[in-house]
Ligand binder design. Structure first.
Ligand SMILES: *Cc1c(COP(=O)(O)O)cnc(C)c1O
Length: 391
């Protein structure tokens, strides 16, 4: 764990690793079986034990979403409702299946899917809804499930931010239709690159298992016993999306030691929250930090007019910040001139600022971030008081 000197750069996020991950990778290298085998089988078993439902591991979180949608039989000509305020991975995973992502608005408090807005965008082609558990909280997920039930939609949860989070006392991924996690380098746990699909739907599980190995039927069973299918049959479009033993070895260690980083993330986010609530120009995103494992810490700066310069000044003082997210419906590839406006997204996407959050930060680091942010804002150069505010 790298010690931060007093005025060194405070990074927005980073991978946090111990010697145990390094030794695990060396173990795989020494055994000279790098592909999908025993480590992946064990990682899947450990995830199933943690989440309470079967997990199928794949190469990354985007692949998990892609395969989950494909396995639900959704593709060309279909539509999937998804919030515009998300990583472009959610949109790309939908369009990779041939389906069309339909951009929806978010609730201003939690930045999670506003199902009332989504309801207005339903068409006869709508087959699924993809709520994104923004920053680690799932918003009004039970209402989204009710909404999905009413219109007979599948729910594919983009739970990339929410590994370890709980909702109504249950682990995200442990209930509901289908949830997809990411284990990329900076997520709540990492396997370097990786992701998984979690569901109790046996048909989805079987389809994802085959589709991750180029559609070769039952190749997963062969590989888990150190073999391969030499007389393969392929009955569906597949992809080269399986996870390797190298990645799973990292993930296994991260999962076994998850308690400490999970607790650190919670405590640091709570510290930010305490220090920043009550400040007139700052609205922290509404999440219950005692039940989630926060992936990012986001504030809304009401009436923010020059985020670029604010970020530059903070960086000059050694603090990296981020923007989660640039709205996906404003990207050229997903632009749709007939799309009804997304008023909350359009305002909030200009006001959000992500502050550094990772388990290796100290309480002092958080204090330094808060003081730097408040001193930048106190000059009022970045805020327009008369600017349109959300009700
Ligand atoms: C990280 C992330 C993904 C994709 O995961 P990768 O492992 O990077 O492919 C999807 N959605 C959201 C919201 C994410 O943050």
């Amino acid at each position: 764990m790298a010690k931060e000197a007093k005025d060194s750069l405070i990074r927005l996020s980073k991978s946090c690793l111990s010697d145990a991950e390094k030794n695990a990778v060396i173990g795989v290298l020494n055994r000279e079986y790098l592909g999908m085998g025993d480590e992946v089988r064990r990682f899947e078993a450990a995830l199933e034990e943690f989440l309470g439902r079967p997990a199928v591991c794949v190469a990354n979180g985007t692949a998990a979403l892609h395969l989950a949608i494909q396995a639900a039989g959704i593709g060309q000509g279909d539509e999937v409702l998804v919030q515009s305020m998300t990583y472009v991975a959610s949109f790309q995973a939908i369009s990779a299946t041939g389906a069309r992502p339909v951009a929806c608005d978010v609730n201003p408090d939690s930045l999670t899917l506003d199902w009332r807005d989504a309801e207005k965008r339903i068409s006869p082609r709508t087959k699924a809804v993809m709520p994104v558990h923004y920053s680690g909280g799932a918003g009004a997920l039970d209402e989204i499930y009710e909404f999905a039930k009413k219109y007979d939609l599948r729910v594919i949860e983009d739970a990339a931010h929410a590994f370890g989070s709980e909702y109504n006392g249950k682990k995200i991924g442990g209930f509901g239709d289908t949830a997809c996690f990411s284990f990329d380098g900076i997520k709540n746990i990492t396997s370097g690159e990786g992701g998984c699909v979690v569901t109790s739907d046996q048909r989805i599980l079987e389809k994802v298992k085959d589709a991750r190995l180029l559609g070769v039927r039952r190749d997963t069973d062969a590989r888990f016993s150190g073999k391969r299918s030499w007389h393969p049959d392929v009955t569906a479009q597949g992809w080269r999306y399986h996870m390797s033993n190298l990645m799973a070895a990292i993930g296994l260690v991260q999962l076994a030691n998850f308690d400490r980083p999970a607790e650190r993330r919670r405590l640091l986010a709570q510290l930010y929250h305490r220090r920043l609530t009550g400040h007139s120009s700052i609205t922290p995103i509404l999440v219950d930090f005692s039940t989630i494992v926060p992936h990012i810490f986001v504030v809304r700066i009401n009436g923010l007019i020059d985020r670029g310069r604010l970020r530059k000044e903070m960086l000059e003082q050694g603090i990296e910040t981020g923007i989660h997210y640039f709205p996906s419906h404003e990207l050229s590839y997903y632009h749709d001139e007939n799309l009804d406006p997304l008023p909350v997204t359009e305002i909030l996407s200009q006001e959000v600022l992500t502050l550094p959050l990772h388990p290796d930060l100290s309480d002092k680091d958080i204090e330094r971030v808060v003081e730097t942010l408040l001193s930048c804002l106190s000059t009022n150069r970045f805020i327009s008081v008369g600017k349109t505010q959300l009700a």
